[in-house]
Ligand binder design. Structure first.
Ligand code: NAD
Length: 441
């Protein structure tokens, strides 16, 4: 069976975790709750509001029957969890992966609540998923699975209720099938039910590059806070996919020296700075879009571990979770780490980096560019009026810079690292919304 295009988007692993998730025997949901408890204590959160935030608002579990290409019926388990709608409609991706389970979806939904709150979007958090192995399914099977799953969770979806988006192993095509299914069932066009759609169906210009662009914006802001200019700043990027390659390209345009990049095939290094345009041309021309085989004068091959510990000022992990760990963190030379991937730094590594006074910009802030442009897509869809790409990028820039400055000031004021500060700020905002709305009835 053909591997569907759908598998090409976020295929970087089963756990785009929050960075504090580390102990394998502890579920991500336990980790999210432990962190919430810690933050609640620091904020002296009202115990009632703390109790509300410890439980997702609504959980839907569905058994999704799908007729496979050989005529047999297989029943898949799917979930949609809405953690909080206190700040607005719920927002969060849908993933297709064999390891999807209810606790993982709960945890990812709560992290979406924090992520939307930390960048000030008028959204709560949700997540969905279907336990399946998309590599074993044909494109037609994935289409049927998507349509049936959509119909089964539709009672709790809606442009003003809950707006899904792509996540691991789902992509703009899957979003198009969701939007079409809802439109057929409701007898009207409901494209604004999902974001991350193809541009032809009301997707936003700039959405594809948004996460990498957000990382570049944040990196420039950190450098500004350190009284440094991008010019000559040495940068290493792990993961030369959508997020990593966009960030590297934009930082290079700002004047940074991109000295090392890597992907699943290994890395390349040039202390004098890589030819990023040449790299992009090479990767685009390769069938697997990999760096493997790239050669240029002055360029050495390095391993992914060597990349993480190379002599750079800024390190951008944009591949997988749990890449910076207790074993390699002491050798990380970068003074600034900007997390593109979800959960690239383990809890122990985080402490090691903190002791070294490294600045770690956490994933919930650093990689929020994607959900920010999803929000901009939703706004454009609701008003049926679309902005050109510079307009979208300008709005993304405004929200990212404002959010970074708010987290920076908040963390400085409380003398906590950015990761803790970002989560405290987010929880505080959600708690304020709950308190201000009051309890119904
Ligand atoms: P992608 O599939 O386009 O790129 C992933 C890159 O990582 C590829 O270059 C791949 O070769 C590389 N990679 C895989 N295994 C590796 C390994 N062991 N060592 C080094 N490199 C490896 O995915 P993406 O969309 O760029 O996402 C990257 C990360 O960012 C993921 O963790 C994803 O969850 C996270 N993220 C993505 C978005 C988004 O909008 N795309 C938003 C938020 C977070």
């Amino acid at each position: 069976m053909m591997k569907p295009e759908a598998a090409e988007l976020h295929t970087t692993g089963p756990h785009p975790d929050f960075a504090l998730a580390e102990t394998p025997r502890r579920s991500l949901w336990d980790t999210v709750l432990a962190q919430l408890d810690d933050v609640a204590e620091r904020l002296r959160l009202d115990p009632g509001i703390h109790a509300i935030l410890r439980r997702p608002e609504r959980e839907l579990s569905v058994a999704v029957p799908v007729q496979l290409d050989d005529g047999q019926i297989e029943v898949f388990t799917g979930y949609r969890v809405q953690h909080s709608s206190a700040r607005g409609p719920c927002k969060g991706g849908i993933r297709y992966h064999p390891e999807v389970d209810l606790n993982e979806v709960r945890a990812l939904a709560a992290l979406m609540t924090w992520k939307c709150a930390v960048v000030g979007l008028p959204y709560g958090g949700a997540k969905g998923g279907v336990q399946c192995d998309p590599r074993q399914l044909s494109n037609n099977e994935i289409c049927r699975l998507t349509r049936r799953f959509t119909a089964m969770i539709l009672p709790i979806l809606g442009p003003r209720r809950d707006i899904p988006a792509p996540d691991v192993n789902t992509n703009p095509q899957v979003m198009a099938w969701i939007a079409d299914t809802v439109s057929m069932l409701e007898g009207r066009s409901v494209m604004e039910i999902v974001t991350g759609k193809p541009v032809a169906l009301g997707g936003s210009l700039g959405r594809h590059e948004a996460t990498g662009r957000g990382l570049a914006i944040i990196t420039a802001e950190v450098l500004r806070r350190l009284n440094r200019t991008p010019s000559g700043t040495r940068v290493a990027v792990q993961g030369y996919g959508n997020v990593g390659a966009t960030a590297a390209t934009l930082l290079h345009e700002m004047g940074c020296r991109i000295v090392a990049v890597s992907d699943v095939s290994g890395g390349v290094y040039d202390a004098a700075g890589l030819d990023v345009a040449g790299l992009n041309r090479y990767v685009d021309a390769q069938p697997g879009h990999l760096l493997e085989g790239y050669q240029a004068p002055g360029v050495d091959r390095i391993s992914n571990d060597e990349l993480l510990t190379s002599a750079v000022d800024v390190l951008i992990p944009a591949a997988l979770e749990h890449q910076i760990r207790a074993d390699n963190a002491p050798s990380v030379q970068a003074g600034v780490i900007v997390e593109g991937a979800n959960g690239p730094t383990t809890r122990e590594a985080d402490e090691i980096l903190r002791d070294r006074n490294a600045i770690v910009v956490p994933d919930i802030l650093a990689n929020a560019g994607g959900v920010i442009v999803s929000y901009l897509e939703w706004v454009q869809d609701l008003q049926s009026y679309f902005w050109d790409e510079p307009d979208v990028n300008h709005r993304l820039n405004t929200i990212m810079v404002r959010s970074f400055n708010e987290v920076w000031e908040y963390s400085q004021h409380r003398q906590v690292p950015l990761r803790l500060g970002a989560t405290m700020l987010a929880v505080d905002r959600v708690a304020t919304a709950i308190g201000t709305r009051g309890l119904f009835p």
